[in-house]
Design a protein around this ligand. Structure first.
Ligand code: FE2
Length: 345
């Protein structure tokens, strides 16, 4: 599906010297994507089923999406009640996701032996334990939608650089930032003509007809995407930090860690909690309290959010010869992972 902008029939035609005002009157149109699979080659899925699905359900949702887009374009948002705007935007989300997922569904099917390519087999084994384990979960999720409706998707998550199976109870549910590379439509219209209520037979047939070469192409494209940019503190780029989960694990295991809360004095004076096992020290007076520390055990220091105070303190300690690191995300990160705190006295 691609998006084009069209001039409404009533609008004047574009002219080079007056393009900008007229651009604002353009109406967005989503264009149909031709069916990707060759329906006559599929094993166990009838032409009637695929055609009805493509023409009535995919096509219907595309037409609905364009009608919604047109309606939205016509709205004067400043003077339209919020419930009308919200309901149209909600419908737009459902229709847009439905068309995107249907296009993926039709691009997930081909005649073949149902076996993943070598690259996909390696990826599935790495992320699920084995191809069988992936298939068992995928099929169980699909069969679990018997009598209901929804989608089962194989999704690449760039942040984690891995594949997951995702359930979507309706068209609006999707993993944010995830890239679906395989889609199984579990709405009744996707199978009823051929399979009646026999969901299991439909799911087995789908699995047999997966176009693994196409899935691999999408996987290769998706896995090239960089994960979301991590926080980089250029001024402390060389300073070693420790993830808050790792700090908690060290403490839980009873490892000898000197755990220093270096939140600024003005902050600590109006806060009520302190991390259990941490000792507060004034970051303004590092040279004084550093003498109490042992050089043989590691020091982990943190501030409120893990920015400059904790980093500066850790840097000062390292300069003084301590094995000091800062805790990424600071006190807030500790609380965000459910780490224990106590009343600060
Ligand atoms: Fe469908």
């Amino acid at each position: 599906m691609s998006v084009v902008r069209q001039v409404p029939p009533s609008s004047p035609s574009l002219s080079a010297d007056a393009s900008l005002p007229f651009c604002l009157e353009l109406v967005m149109r989503y264009q149909l994507t031709p069916i990707f699979c060759r329906p006559w080659t599929l094993n166990g899925l009838s032409l009637q089923l695929i055609e009805s699905h493509y023409e009535n359900n995919y096509g219907g949702d595309l037409r609905r999406l364009n009608a919604i887009a047109e309606k939205l374009e016509s709205l004067d948002f400043a003077n339209t009640p919020a419930y009308i705007v919200n309901s149209l935007k909600r419908e737009e989300l459902i229709a847009l996701n439905s068309t995107l997922l249907h296009e993926l569904y039709f691009a997930s099917l081909a005649f073949g032996d149902g076996r993943p390519t070598e690259m996909l087999a390696r990826a599935l084994t790495s992320d699920f334990g084995s191809v069988d384990r992936w298939r068992d979960e995928f099929v169980a999720m699909a069969n679990g939608l018997a009598g209901g409706s929804g989608w089962v998707l194989l999704v690449y998550v760039p942040r984690d650089r891995r594949l997951i199976n995702q359930y979507a109870g309706d068209h609006g549910q999707a993993v944010a930032g995830g890239i679906p590379i395989l889609a199984l439509d579990m709405y009744e219209h996707a199978y009823h003509i051929d399979f009646g209520a026999n969901v299991k037979a439909y799911v087995d047939t789908f699995i047999r007809n997966i176009d693994w070469n196409a899935v691999q192409g999408r996987y290769e494209d998706a896995s090239k995407l960089e994960p979301p940019r991590p926080l980089v503190q250029k001024e402390f780029a060389d300073l070693p930090g420790v993830a808050v989960e790792d700090v908690k694990a060290m403490l839980d295991e009873g490892k000898p860690v000197q755990f220093i809360d270096a939140r600024p004095r003005h902050y600590i004076s109006r806060t009520q909690d302190i991390i259990e096992g941490a000792v507060w020290r004034d970051p303004e007076r590092v040279q004084e309290w550093a003498r109490e520390l042992s050089k043989s055990d590691p020091v982990i220091v943190f501030c409120v959010y893990g920015f400059h105070v904790g980093c500066s303190t850790a840097a000062a300690l390292r300069e003084a010869g301590f094995d000091a690191k800062y805790m990424k995300g600071g006190h807030s990160a500790w609380k965000a992972i459910g780490g224990a705190t106590k009343i600060h006295t």
